[in-house]
Design a protein around this ligand. Structure first.
Ligand SMILES: *Cc1c(COP(=O)(O)O)cnc(C)c1O
Length: 483
């Protein structure tokens, strides 16, 4: 291209490319429309049913076009095709799985994080972002009672946090790949499935997995764990790691963390705790004793996008020994020699990620705006709501699972030989009703309903609504099955 032509072309391209930088007035207008949508969602959508089943959806309508579209049309499309379909996770009536939150202060934090677009992976690039995230990690480490020298990483969720923990445990064991088939990892039937996934991804698919027996409250039976350890060691296997749960997804059970710590110490095993759901209940004074021994673990997964009500996309891995986390994730040993001893570790050297979402901002914004006390009381409320539900659903004639340790409990309708059929019909009736969303689980092959309370919008009136719905749906289910 000749120079004059080149200049013309550049000028033309510049006019178009400059559209990507919004002027203040346009940004104000687009923001206002987005905020209006967020308000419509909070004031109208959230008032509706927690579950809005829709037929399977086509992806075509989401494909980008060459020319672009109107902002207002895009917002309308997002509202009708995304926000208003499926499971309304931010709803007060989301009482299934592990409910989500979606604090709007965090959403605004996310917006600023994206606009600033700082490089949160490296201290030299954004000391503020790195230290903000380090403070969030330190705060979590303090909460669980880890000693000085502990550290961690803000991940996208609990699954990734668990994966990082398994990876570090594998590396710290010093076991060579040729012996991976002799590795033993101790879990329970209630261990979250993402731990199995993590073991496979970490290259330990050949390892021996042992399901430790559960007691009548679905907690690990430590006597059985002790027996297994003795047998496996005698058989020449290589016990490597125990994965305990502090708040199982199914029943909210906390394993006997202190007793497990004793066994891990005795056998020199890596002790990992999956506290993705339950961990933040440690903020509640009354519940803290249930977690005794948690501070003796080597690593721990915890999900602020569950127990701190943040929008999805924020989990955390905590690790007692900063160096162990570093050894599995550093990428430039000579430079890191100093960084390891400096006070300002950066996530790039302690996680698989280099460039990453500045996800600490959303946590910092909400924790500091409301103050920790608000979270403490909101969590205590969720715990007490579960106890309230447990009493009331029993009074409605439902069979009860173990007393709730946190904010999840199980129950079902007893109907003699028809029990299984009635409960399967019940879950269909509940989903068809949809006012609140309740999920079921299968325990020892039998169907149980779950109550899982963790949305910050759930209060006593929501639980009363759920109880009323259970009462009407169980009548229909019994009629359908037994008449
Ligand atoms: C939710 C959950 C996970 C998985 O975490 P994600 O954030 O969904 O990846 C792991 N363990 C437990 C106990 C959970 O409740």
């Amino acid at each position: 291209m000749e120079t004059p032509q080149l200049l013309d072309r550049l000028a033309a391209l510049e006019t178009t490319a400059r559209r990507l930088h919004l002027d203040a007035e346009t940004f104000q207008d687009l923001s206002q429309q987005a905020i209006d949508s967020a308000n419509r969602f909070a004031l109208e959508t959230l008032e509706g049913d927690a579950y809005r089943p829709v037929p399977p959806m086509d992806m075509k309508q989401f494909m980008p076009t060459e020319k672009g579209a109107d902002w207002s049309d895009l917002i309308t499309q997002a509202e009708t095709q995304v926000a208003e379909t499926g499971l309304l996770c931010a709803s007060e009536g989301h009482l299934g799985y592990i409910p989500g939150g979606g604090l709007r202060t965090s959403a605004l934090g996310d917006m600023l994080a994206a606009v600033y677009n700082v490089y949160a992976g490296l201290h030299f690039a954004s000391p503020g972002a790195v230290q903000m995230e380090n403070a969030m990690i330190q705060w979590l480490c303090n909460m669980v009672g880890y000693p000085e020298g502990s550290y961690g990483n803000l991940s996208s969720g609990g699954s990734i946090a668990n994966l990082m923990a398994v990876t570090v445990a594998r590396d710290q064991s010093g076991i060579r790949a040729a012996d991976y088939h002799r590795i033993v990892i101790y879990l329970s039937e209630q261990t979250h499935h993402c731990v199995h996934k993590a073991i496979r991804i970490a290259g330990l698919g050949e390892a021996v997995l042992r399901d430790v027996r559960l007691d009548d409250r679905y907690r690990m039976d430590t006597q059985h764990l002790a027996d297994l350890l003795r047998e496996d060691t005698a058989a020449g296997l290589l016990p490597m790691m125990v994965v305990a749960s502090a708040g199982t997804t199914d029943t909210g059970a906390i394993d006997p963390l202190d007793e497990i710590a004793d066994l891990c110490a005795e056998h020199e095993l890596w002790y990992h705790i999956d506290a993705a759901y339950g961990g933040t209940f440690m903020l509640v004074d009354e519940l803290r004793p249930e977690f005794a021994g948690i501070e003796r673990s080597d690593s721990l997964a915890i999900d602020p996008h569950k127990g701190l009500f943040l929008p999805y996309g924020l989990g955390a891995l905590l690790m007692r020994d900063r160096k162990a986390l570093h050894d599995s994730h550093f990428y430039k040993a000579n430079y890191m020699q100093d960084a390891l001893h400096e006070m300002n570790p950066s996530s790039a050297d302690f996680s698989p990620e280099l460039t990453k979402h500045f996800r600490g901002m959303r946590m910092w914004m909400s924790l500091n705006y409301f103050g920790v006390g608000v979270f403490r009381e909101a969590l205590e409320e969720k715990y007490l709501l579960c106890r309230y539900f447990y009493e009331r659903v029993g009074a409605l004639g439902f069979e009860l699972g173990p007393e709730p340790q946190l904010s999840v409990c199980i129950y079902r309708y007893s109907a003699g030989e028809h029990t299984e059929a009635v409960n399967r019909a019940l879950i269909q009736e509940l989903h068809a009703d949809g006012r609140v969303f309740i999920s079921s689980t299968s325990i020892d092959g039998e169907t149980w309903m779950r109550m899982a309370i963790l949305s910050f919008r759930t209060h006593r009136s929501t639980i009363d609504m759920a109880l009323a719905m259970l009462e009407r749906c169980v009548k229909r289910a019994v009629d359908r099955v037994i008449s």
